[in-house]
Ligand binder design. Structure first.
Ligand code: GUN
Length: 291
């Protein structure tokens, strides 16, 4: 069994990006600028956004954080999006999800200029991605593709099973791996809450991607010998053993599944850091496109 070390891989990517930023600066260009919009004080969102800002600093990007309280009106948030769309100093921006119930995430996502949509959530980017055209791809699936690429994992002709069909992970993941590309060319099955015979389907997977958000869902009996297992789960379970008071828990029971695997991602230190690195990749791309 070999660990897919997302932390180390993300480190390499960040070093590569930092080098490019240095070259941009030396060439008299301004550095890429990412803006994060955060509504409310959800614990998960707070920490994700803080990481995004920290990552920008690490590679030499400019970053800004715009905060709103939970009761911000949809109209005000849409105005903020519009201002960011028109601000030539902003290369890319994200509106951290989830948003409070009175605000339509769909409306907000549609309002973002696809050229600045470094989350890759806008239908124009999703559509282009699905056609295999250049597009911003959402960070988690892109990070997983990059991990697969850098570890030279063969996907062509393989049976891939994706657990979960969310717009930001499961579905784009399934599309990317079925595209006529490398990595890609896989035979992909998407499973979800209505899937029958889930265990039997998982047992046929050469590559199993767990993106359900159900802690410890994937057990050893569901996994084929020699499979590649990618764990996207990041549920914050309460814990009295950590300083933060929670323990990041994956969708896979790592201890029992890992001995059967050829490759497996740990949680933490697997997909998470790759997701973060992907946002930097997209922001650099947005900045280059705008220059
Ligand atoms: N909420 C959970 N993941 C993400 C993400 O990648 N981007 C944004 N904007 N919100 C999220």
């Amino acid at each position: 069994m070999q660990l897919l070390d997302g932390k180390a891989t993300a480190r390499s990517i960040k070093d590569e990006i930092a080098e490019e930023v240095e070259m941009m600066k030396n060439g008299g260009l301004r550095v890429p600028h990412l803006v994060a919009v955060l509504v409310g004080h959800d614990g998960g969102s707070e920490s994700y956004v803080a990481y995004k800002i920290k990552d920008c600093e690490e590679v030499g990007f400019k970053s800004s954080l715009i905060r709103y309280e939970d009761d911000v009106e949809e109209e005000e948030l849409l105005k903020c999006v519009n201002d960011l769309n028109n601000d030539p100093e902003v290369d890319g921006f994200i509106v951290q999800l989830p948003l409070p119930k009175h605000i339509s995430e769909e409306k907000v996502t549609l309002a973002i200029d696809p050229a600045k949509d470094v989350d890759g959530f806008h239908p124009q980017n999703v559509g282009k991605m699905a056609m295999g055209l250049p597009a911003f791809v959402s960070a988690t699936p892109q990070g997983i593709m990059e991990l697969i690429k850098r570890y030279n994992i063969e996907t062509s002709g393989k049976n891939v099973v994706v657990l979960g069909r969310s717009n930001i992970v499961g579905r784009p993941m399934s599309i990317l791996l079925s595209l006529k590309s490398n990595p890609g060319n896989a035979t992909v099955t998407v499973c979800h809450s209505r899937t029958k015979n889930l265990k039997e389907i998982c047992q046929k997977a050469d590559i199993l991607i767990a993106a359900l958000g159900s802690p410890n869902f994937v057990t050893a009996e569901m996994v084929k010998d020699g499979a590649v297992v990618i764990d996207v789960g990041t549920t914050r379970l309460p814990s009295d053993k950590t300083k933060s008071g929670f323990k990041l828990t994956g969708d896979v029971v790592f201890d029992e599944v890992s001995p059967k695997c050829s490759f497996i991602t740990p949680v933490p230190g697997g997909v998470g850091p790759m997701t973060r690195a992907s946002l930097l990749i997209n922001t650099l791309k947005a900045a280059k496109n705008q220059m």
